[in-house]
Design a protein around this ligand. Sequence first.
Ligand SMILES: O=C(O)CCC(=O)C(=O)O
Ligand SMILES: [Fe+2]
Length: 295
Amino acid sequence: MSIKHLLPTTSADEVVAALNEVGAVVVDQMVSAEAMDTIADELKPWIDATSFGRDRFSGHRTKRTGGLVARSPKCRELVMNPLVLGATGKLLAHASSFQLHLTQVIAIGPGEPAQAIHRDQWAYDFFSFPRGFEVQCNTIWAMSDFSERNGATRIVPGSHRFDDGLQFKENDTEPAEMSRGSVLFYTGSLYHGGGANHSDATRYGVNITYNVSWLRQEENQYLSVPLEIARTLPLDLLKLIGYRRGAYALGYVDDLRDPIEVVRPDLANRNGLGELDEVQKKFREQSARLRGAAR
Ligand SMILES: O=C(O)CCC(=O)C(=O)O
Ligand SMILES: [Fe+2]
């Protein structure tokens, strides 16, 4: 088993089928090199100002620059990419909704050794989710070409079905090589890690991850996206970054108000906002199913 490559005309179903089989998949050339140029330009001052990691896992020669929704308008298009949202919605369809978990440029500098192989879902305090129960969907967009030599992400194909807490050697892994503008998808349960950078140039990836809305977000979007910027964002993106109740009541404000009413008071009295949105509807369906089963 090894990493599959799909065309940018692929469907969310094909992406999810590959994720179910291998745990990871690359969609080649999803966005143009120019789109990546724009993102690189918008983020350069922020990346320049970012310090290297302070431990081995984050990488002493690696920079991690976040807050991408606030800092890069072009990155918002990656966050909202229809194929990514479609595939994530299908992968996490058991939850009433999903949300943006984190946004981060990962810039692996020359001489950085390989990162320890891990599951991203260990971020949830190492809770051992049941096999096959996915709680997050990850993407890494290639902002530079990803090669084995410059630190392409290394994955263990099929390991999303393995036991928890395993350790791997480099031999067990395969590099997710891809060209600039391509995107690697992988599940929260897939064993993987950043590769060693043996080249003399930095490898840039844009890591954008989504998780089920009943888990905490890794990057605090409410503080990473200042309110004055949040107020300028489209409603769909605002909901995705977390200004929406997860399931029935998670994240409500004071008198059971929907958080969107606080960010956009102009919408508060608009007809329809108080009605059930699709998350609330899905939650109620699940609740009815559960009660039906208990009868
Ligand atoms: O940068 C990469 O290729 C992967 C990094 C990674 O897996 C992580 O930091 O969790
Ligand atoms: Fe990771």
